[in-house]
Design a protein around this ligand. Structure first.
Ligand SMILES: Cc1cc2nc3c(=O)[nH]c(=O)nc-3n(C[C@H](O)[C@H](O)[C@H](O)COP(=O)(O)OP(=O)(O)OC[C@H]3O[C@@H](n4cnc5c(N)ncnc54)[C@H](O)[C@@H]3O)c2cc1C
Length: 311
């Protein structure tokens, strides 16, 4: 019987595991994938993150390495939690694991990238870009206008690729400072407003046909690889099945990070409340709020020691 089962080992679930262990809770943390680290590990392991407190800059994969050190005994990877059954005074997960409380840190849920139509299916059309060095010196196209598209363009440009960044609008949604850096690079071409129209393989090169948005002008570009960064569909199917209250952004929580189901708390990107922003450091704070309130619930007779210096 665990005190706390954490669902999802993204950065927030990893930190929550450490914080729970620090407070002597018996914690188990489940991760659906064989790799922990969530969006950071899967989408931007090589990005220099500059807004995690106490690090002027830290690479995504280094942040995850730091977060997972010392908690390997608490992590159960390759285990997607599919079912939560409420028993008298505990929860039964996947008909196997018993826990008195649950902290959901499932982020976007399972990763489902938004895809191009099937005519674009080709082994050189990718929906993740985790290692820019694999494409060193190639000619590549990146489709999309958000942070992933800009970050991938920057990483691939730094790997000496010739990059065409293609977006259907003239305005980008991603960080303005990254866009500015991209505009200053000689090996980056920004093509807007264009949509991919067709694709062919000729002489071992992909011929990507682009159509200008708003008129019928087309142009062809020759590339080695295409990276599609159209975002990810969040999978709320399981959360609904578990009868959690959801709004259009995620799981509704109160100020203690409690959900509508007594004993189930939530933190990180799976959570929704007015004004929330999807940031790693915010998720860390939410995990601390949730676990402090979980301790008060589990051990009402105990005076809760909040600060690690007093434990
Ligand atoms: C391109 C990009 C750049 C970004 N840059 C920054 C930045 O510079 N700074 C910053 O602060 N934030 C940044 N973010 C946001 C940041 O990545 C997220 O806020 C953060 O990853 C949220 O962490 P999380 O642990 O809540 O969720 P996630 O990272 O989404 O992790 C959730 C984990 O839960 C697992 N999971 C889901 N369902 C289940 C289940 N049923 N059973 C078991 N496991 C499950 C998933 O597999 C996943 O590993 C960026 C995001 C993107 C997309």
């Amino acid at each position: 019987m665990y005190d706390l089962a954490i669902i999802g080992a993204g950065p927030v679930g990893l930190f929550a595991t450490t914080f729970g262990n620090l407070h002597n809770l018996k914690v188990v943390t489940f991760e659906a994938l064989d790799t922990v680290g969530g969006q950071v590990q899967m989408l931007f392991p090589n990005k220099n993150i500059k807004d995690v407190p106490a690090f002027s800059t830290i690479k995504g994969k280094q942040l995850i390495k730091n977060l997972k050190s010392d908690i390997s005994n608490s992590i159960v990877a390759n285990t997607k939690i599919q079912s939560i059954e409420r028993k008298e005074d505990y929860f039964l997960l996947n008909e196997t694991y018993q826990a008195k409380t649950i902290l959901l840190t499932s982020g976007l849920g399972a990763f489902h990238p938004k895809k191009l139509p099937s005519k674009f299916d080709n082994p050189r059309v990718h929906y993740f870009m985790t290692d820019s060095q694999k494409y060193k010196g190639k000619t590549v196209a990146i489709l999309g206008g958000g942070d992933s598209a800009l970050d991938w363009a920057f990483e691939l440009a730094n790997a000496n690729c010739n990059v065409s960044l293609i977006h259907r609008r003239n305005e980008f949604r991603g960080l303005e400072s990254t866009l500015e850096k991209l505009r200053s690079l000689k090996n980056v071409k920004i093509l807007t407003p264009y949509l991919p129209q067709d694709i062919n393989l000729q002489d071992n090169l992909l011929q990507l046909q682009l159509r200008s948005v708003g008129n019928s002008e087309t142009q062809n570009i020759e590339i080695d690889n295409i990276f599609v960064a159209y975002g990810y569909k969040s999978d709320t199917h399981l959360l609904r099945k578990w009868q959690l209250d959801l709004d259009s952004e995620g799981v509704v929580v109160d100020t203690t990070m409690a959900t509508n189901i007594p004993g189930i708390y939530a933190a990180g990107d799976c959570v929704s409340y007015p004004g929330r922003v999807p940031m790693i450091a915010l998720g860390f704070g939410e995990a601390q709020v949730a676990i402090s309130n979980i301790m008060a619930k589990l051990f009402p007779e105990k005076k809760i020691t909040l600060h690690s210096t007093s434990i």
